[in-house]
Design a protein around this ligand. Sequence first.
Ligand SMILES: Cc1cc2nc3c(=O)[nH]c(=O)nc-3n(C[C@H](O)[C@H](O)[C@H](O)COP(=O)(O)OP(=O)(O)OC[C@H]3O[C@@H](n4cnc5c(N)ncnc54)[C@H](O)[C@@H]3O)c2cc1C
Length: 343
Amino acid sequence: MEKILFLAHTQTDGALPRIALETLTAAAELSQNLDGSTLAVGLIGEKVQAAADSIAGCGASDFMGVEGKEFSASRYASDAAAAEALAREAGATLILAPGTPRFSRTLPGVTVRLQGRVDTHVSGLSVSEGELQIQRWYYRQRMVATLTRQQRPWLLLFDTSVSRPWEGESGSASIRILPVEIAQNLQRTQVAGIKAPPAEAQTIRPDAEVLFVAGAGWTKKQADGQAHIKEAEKLILDFINLKQASLGSSKSLVDQATEGQEVLSCMSRLNQVGQTGSTPRHPKGLATCCHGEEPHVVGWRFVNERRAVNLDPNCGWAQGKTDVLYVADAFEVISKLNELLSK
Ligand SMILES: Cc1cc2nc3c(=O)[nH]c(=O)nc-3n(C[C@H](O)[C@H](O)[C@H](O)COP(=O)(O)OP(=O)(O)OC[C@H]3O[C@@H](n4cnc5c(N)ncnc54)[C@H](O)[C@@H]3O)c2cc1C
C-alpha cells in the first residue's frame, strides 16, 4: 500500500506556486487510481496555514507543516531538514513535489538521507496494473522513457504543465506543525536580498501564452540591401511587451554576439531554444526570421500550436514542422501585429 506525500513550499506571499498546484492535481489523481493508497500533505514555509486552507478539499487525510522564519527563504540545510522530517513523519513511500529551483536543489540530498531514489523532470504519470509509471525525456527531449521503480521512498520532482493546477474547495485545514530545530551551524547561508531585472527587461516568461522566437534573419540584409537591427529590436520588444509573450531565440542569433557582429541587445544565451537550448512549454509559438531547422525545432516539442513567418517558401518550417507558415516579411507582419495589439 503506497503512502503518498504531496510536498510543497510556499512563496513569499504565503501561497503555493502554480507548479505546486499542478503537482497536487497529479498527487490527488494518483491516490484515487492507486488502490489502498493514502494521501498526506507536507508544507514548508514561514507560515503554512493559509496554504493548507487553500487546498483543504484536496482529499488528503493528513496535513503537516514545518514553519518559522528559518523556513521562509530557500536554503539547503533548513529545507532538507524540513523535507526529511515531513517524509519520515508521513512514512511516505511516494513523494510528489514540484520541480521548483528550491526543491530541485534540496530533494536529491533528502533522498540520500531517506535511502530512497529520486527522479527529476517528471513529465507524466500513469497507473498500470496497480503500479505507478512515470515519464521522463532523455537526450534533449528526443526520447521519452516510461519507467517504474521498486525502491521506496521514491521522490518525484515534476516539470510544469504536467497537470492542470488544482482548483478544488478551500476550507479550514487541521494542520500538525512538526518541531524542526535549525541549529546556528545550519543557518550560515543567509538570503541578503533579491536582484532581479526590471519587469520590462525580463523577457523570459515561462507562464506566457505565446512564445515568440526570433531568428538570425532579423539581423540580415533586407530587400533594400541594408540590415535594420535597431528597427528589428524595437519591433520584437514592442511585440513581447504588448502581448506579454516570452522571448526565445535561435542559436544563430545569439551566436552573433560571440562572432563580433552587431546584435540585438535584448538577446542572451538564456533565450536560446532548441537542442542545445531550452524546451519551454507554451500554448502557442510564433517563429520569425528563423529557418526551422531540426536542432532549433526540437525546442518546440512542448509548444501546442506553432506558426512561423519566413520569406522563404522552402524553409524548414515548410517541411511540416509548423501548423501554419506565413510566407511574408516579418518586419511588415510584426509591425502590423503591433499596430493591432496597441489598439
Ligand atoms: C549539434 C547542434 C545543435 C544545435 N542546437 C541548436 C539549438 O539549440 N537552437 C538553435 O536555434 N539552433 C541550434 N543549432 C543550429 C541550427 O541547426 C540552425 O543553424 C539555427 O537554428 C539557424 O538559425 P536561424 O534559423 O535563426 O538562422 P538562418 O538559418 O540564417 O535563417 C534565417 C532565416 O530568416 C529568414 N528571413 C530573413 N529575413 C526575413 C524577413 N524579413 N522576414 C521573414 N524571414 C526572413 C530567411 O529566409 C532564413 O530562413 C544546432 C546545430 C547543431 C549542429
